[in-house]
Design a protein around this ligand. Sequence first.
Ligand code: HEM
Length: 562
Amino acid sequence: METWFVIVVSLCVAALIRSTLFRRSAGKSLPPGPSYLSSNLLLLTNSRLNLEPILRNLKSKYGPLITFSIGFRPSIFVADHSLAHHILIQNGAVFSDRPRTFAQRNISSASYGPTWRLLRRNLASEVLHPSRVKSYSWARKWILRILIDRLYQERNPAEAAAGIKVVDHFQFAMFSLLVLMCFGEKLGEQEINEIARVQRDMLLIVGSGRFTVLTMFPKLGKILFRNRWKQFQQLLEDKEQVLIPLIRSRIEAPNSDPQIVAYVDTLINLHLPEVEATAGNGGKLTDKEMVSMCSEFLNAGTDTTSTALQWIMANLVKHPDIQSKLYDEIVTVVGPPPPPAATEEPESVINEDDLQKMPFLKAVVLEGLRRHPPAHFVLPHRVVKEVEVEGYKIPEGATINFFVADMGWDPKVWDDPMEFKPERFMMNDDGDVINGGFDVSGSKGIKMMPFGAGRRICPGSDLALLHLEYFVANLIWFFRWTADDGYGVDLSEKVEFTVVMKNPLHARIFPRAEKGRDPPFKLSNHFGLKHLVERQKNGFNHQISNSFSGQFPDPDTDTDAR
Ligand code: HEM
């Protein structure tokens, strides 16, 4: 009760100060929206997870440029494509800062300035450069093999109707891959799960909005919400305990293989600009700063991509015609799939260069990102000097955000926007063939912005697109995917760190070429092959044919196998 009283009084005082500060340059007003007090009360009485419908209501009431204050500063929300382009591309320098937070140093929270530039350039040129990304193709192949094997193992033919909850496997695959790129080591399943646990604990609780109040009023929040602050510190310590030994081992035994340059190797050698460096560390990143950077790398590249992968696969399950069309394209380029091999055996997978010859695959991935962007808003940007947009004042220090999902769903820009139609990326509105060659950066015009746009655009977009194309193509090549009998495919959403499937995809999978290995009916488990052959020789065909016809069901023709 006391806490609430203090919050309401603080909000009133803040409202008074704010109206003095932000309304000072009279004449132009802020974009329309609810009052400062009602915005913050809405925020405090609703979970951050429910914010999206509230903002959408405000958009229909006030239009595409809204003021919805969060904390002390006004927050502006933009829902219009050309306004987003005007702000992020044409006036990028003014809108590319970030609000101050209590987060440790990393790229996404760094102010727009020399340290951000250095950290971002390091990631872009040392890890995400196409030649470095290519040098990790062996790692993608290794993880893909594990993923295919895990799916194959979990697929229980006897209970095939139950389907597989695939998202856990997708998350594990993306985590294993990014952990390898981050620390340069092939870790065991237990270690990977431990890293995933500390990362997710932090993400889920931050995503739930439990710490929003600490971001809104950092100094006051630490005093008023001491338990939350302690909980935040505890999560940070847990993460440090797991990640610091991995970082230290790479410092103590530096990498000598130029083929395996991990993200952490590049961070060890970085020198921050003098004014920004932590005192006494000679310009180098501290252990805690390295944890923050590695943690950002893992968060940014795993949850987003596995979420997008699940949405895309869900749509391919829901639309068998699109799945068949994609499979046909893949087969035209690389031929029919081999039977899945055991993990130790070499197995051919789709070569990454061949992905370039699959325009429909690219269209499927883009359509997935348009219809289900993992982030429905970008990270908040901060305005560095007062500017005018559409006749409204956007004051210095205001935060600005963008309705990412709504831009991809805008009926003025997209026909049947809520339908999953990859064909829209094969041809543009003027009838020109674009064959999946859409510009996601939005530099010439923003039609959708799943990776943001402008100077703060996601630096991992090319890597993410490669991962999505590679995994979708191989998963469709190896298996035919159908809906689970009990669950179907429900495309309802739920907000976590990203916007995930409320009811995760449960899919039944059928190896497209399974005659080579581990058939759905395991002979050896039931009779033993030798015993079976003996029985056949002795005329026991009747008994055998009841349970095994001598032919494995063909998933493309056998109705039981569907
Ligand atoms: C499907 C996958 C992904 C999606 C949808 C996605 C989306 C986004 C979005 C919306 C932003 C915020 C842009 C803004 O604030 O304007 C962002 C920022 C960022 N992303 Fe991604 N991302 C993905 C994958 C990745 C990957 C694979 C990496 C790196 C390994 C990465 C690293 C980053 C970083 C470091 C930032 C902060 C950029 C900055 O503040 O300058 N992301 N991403």
